[in-house]
Design a binder for this molecule. Structure first.
Ligand code: FMN
Length: 183
């Protein structure tokens, strides 16, 4: 378990199969055990799997981009529309705003981020590849309506999931002493 955490790497080269139903269930169970102030469960995960759903998500990205910049050239539009097709599955991870005066929204975002980390660790442990992306479209408010989100919610990631099409290479772990000191 600790080895999976230390060795995890992202993988942007992803192909089918996407995580199976059973594996996805396990990954989400892991995500739903993220630390959570006041037990609010401020999370939502929206799964897009397969050509049709990924194209629909690509349309959301394009429409949101066009609202910000109606003069996007054809090439750029095509590129944006095709982004989700870089993997057989994309999960949009959301920090829901529960508007609890005791829990600032930044804590909900942190909790959702911890959930995403559990999700991608679960994916790695089960032999899948994962890539956590955001980019300007995650912060584009025009993404919220098509995704059925409230205005105060925050998209914390577009998580690309699938089977690595390349061999995963481990990365050097930073020196602990460079980042940790005893107070
Ligand atoms: C909140 C968040 C957003 C990210 N957004 C992007 C992104 O939009 N594009 C990208 O190439 N990498 C992004 N990354 C970084 C990758 O997910 C990945 O962590 C990085 O490429 C390092 O690879 P590693 O996880 O194997 O160390 C993001 C990471 C985090 C935590």
């Amino acid at each position: 378990m600790i080895e999976s955490i230390i060795n995890r790497v992202s993988c942007g080269r992803l192909e089918s199969p996407a995580p199976s139903k059973e594996h996805l269930e396990l990954m989400f169970k892991a995500a739903l055990r993220a630390p959570d102030h006041k037990g609010q469960k401020p999370w939502e995960y929206i799964v897009f799997e397969g050509e049709k759903a990924l194209s629909r998500f690509g349309d959301y990205l394009l429409q949101a981009s066009l609202k910000d910049n109606p003069n996007l050239d054809e090439d750029k539009q095509e590129k944006i529309k095709n982004k989700p097709h870089r993997a057989p599955m994309v999960v949009v991870a959301v920090a829901k705003a529960k508007n609890n005066p005791k829990v600032p929204h930044v804590e909900e975002i942190l909790s959702a981020g911890a959930g995403v980390q559990n999700l991608i660790l679960g994916a790695y442990d089960l032999g899948y590849g994962a890539y956590w992306r955001t980019g300007s479209l995650a912060f584009n408010d025009h993404m919220k309506q098509p995704l059925g989100l409230d205005f105060e919610d925050t998209i914390v990631g577009f998580i690309y999931l699938g089977t690595p099409s390349v061999e995963l290479k481990s990365k050097p772990v930073p020196e602990v002493d460079d980042f940790v000191r005893w107070g």
